[in-house]
Design a protein around this ligand. Structure first.
Ligand code: HEC
Ligand code: HEC
Length: 327
């Protein structure tokens, strides 16, 4: 009898591990063929990411808004850039960008390389045209050497600035969370409520039809009926079905990255999950994604889903800012 019980428990845990393997981050970090990851590029990219001299008046770096301690967000509803200029959208995390294929809330960039100079040039962010940025960086001797080492024979160009930043960003990946320890078989790593929440997330809630895989996103663009006037993915595709569609964000560390949604309009995870489990803010909104239906989640179920989402928090990212910058 004991043998049978042991056998049953053993095979159940193997089944659990097999069924759930796709929910663990692959160790391998993918990178484009023309921009492989090297130590030199990662180190240079990190300096550039934290260096406020990439902005017009030396006040704003990428890390001003993507703050490591805030899980690479800024805690604000909408981003605030150079000279206090207010942006129109919420700052997303940069975590696990290596595994994604769409960037910005409206999906208008297809790679981290393509994304990287956008914020440098944006008037409400760093406000420095890319050509001026290159000239400015060329005036800093220390950078010339680092670029030559990272990109032998090419040196400092717009493209290599983007390539270095993108390479650093690729190394910003999610580390093990309690959820991952549970997936690996540690039954005590998360609470029973969190386990129930995960079942609701997978089944009744149908959340995984968009928030799938280890990064809890399938990179799809969807209109979830928030009902503001941001046109979203319509900028890249003038078909009306894309109006108000936004990128499905990762849910890794989501308990730590409020406010939520592209407009930063929701401050608690409970409310965000409630909206997602009940067909959006305006259920009758024309244009709502056909995959986004009213799943009728009550407050009790919402609470359990939140308990599950909290298990996706890793210990605080400990990427320390560089101690000094090239002179
Ligand atoms: C003023 C705040 C601010 C600064 C400075 C800033 N960002 Fe962002 N970042 C944002 C906001 C807001 C968005 C979303 C914009 C949108 O969707 O239109 C964003 C989006 C991104 C994304 C896309 C994430 C995703 O999953 O879609 C990446 C990657 C990124 N930023 C990297 C950078 C880099 C690299 C720099 C520096 C060169 C930088 N950011 C500077 C606020 C900022
Ligand atoms: C049809 C695809 C789809 C389904 C199904 C879906 N989501 Fe989402 N989710 C999205 C999109 C798209 C966004 C971003 C929308 C925006 O900001 O306009 C989002 C945003 C979120 C956010 C906010 C994250 C952040 O960083 O701002 C949470 C939390 C969330 N979803 C949880 C859930 C839960 C829980 C379920 C199931 C009850 C669910 N979602 C079902 C597509 C989906």
């Amino acid at each position: 009898m004991i043998r049978i019980v042991i056998y049953f428990l053993f095979s159940a845990s193997i089944l659990h591990a097999y069924d759930m393997k796709h929910l663990l981050r692959p160790e391998y970090i993918p990178a484009p063929k023309n921009n492989p990851i090297t130590k030199e590029k990662v180190e240079l990219g990190k300096l550039l990411f934290f260096d406020p001299r990439l902005s017009r008046d030396d006040t704003i770096s990428c890390a001003t808004c993507h703050i490591p301690y805030f899980y690479w967000t800024d805690g604000k509803s909408k981003a605030i850039g150079i000279k206090g200029r207010k942006g129109t959208r919420n700052t997303p995390t940069i975590i696990n960008g290596a595994y994604q294929s769409l960037f910005f809330w409206d999906g208008r960039a297809n790679s981290l390389e393509e994304q990287a100079l956008g914020p440098v040039e944006a008037k409400a962010e760093m406000d420095l045209p890319a050509d001026e940025m290159v000239e400015k960086l060329k005036g800093i001797k220390g950078y010339a050497k680092l670029f030559e080492n990272a990109f032998p024979g090419v040196g400092l160009t717009k493209e290599t600035v983007a390539a270095a930043i993108a390479t650093f960003e690729r190394t910003v990946v999610s580390k093990e969370s309690p959820f991952d320890r549970w997936v690996k078989g540690d039954q005590d790593a998360i609470s029973d409520e969190a386990k129930e929440g995960f079942e609701i997330f997978r089944n009744e809630g149908k959340c995984k039809s968009c928030h799938s895989g280890f990064n809890f996103t399938n990179d799809s663009l969807n209109n979830i009926a928030l009902g503001d006037d941001d046109i979203g993915a319509y900028v890249i595709n003038k078909n009306p079905i894309w109006k108000g569609s936004f990128k499905t964000p990762t849910l890794r560390n989501v308990a730590k990255t409020s406010p939520y949604f592209h407009d930063g309009s929701v401050h608690t995870l409970e409310e965000a999950v409630y909206i997602c489990g009940n067909g959006g803010r305006y259920k009758d909104l024309k244009g709502r994604s056909p995959f986004f239906r009213d799943r009728g989640l009550g407050m009790e179920e919402v609470r359990k889903v939140v308990r599950f989402l909290e298990t996706l928090t890793e210990t605080r990212p400990m990427v320390e800012p560089p101690e000094e910058f090239p002179k």
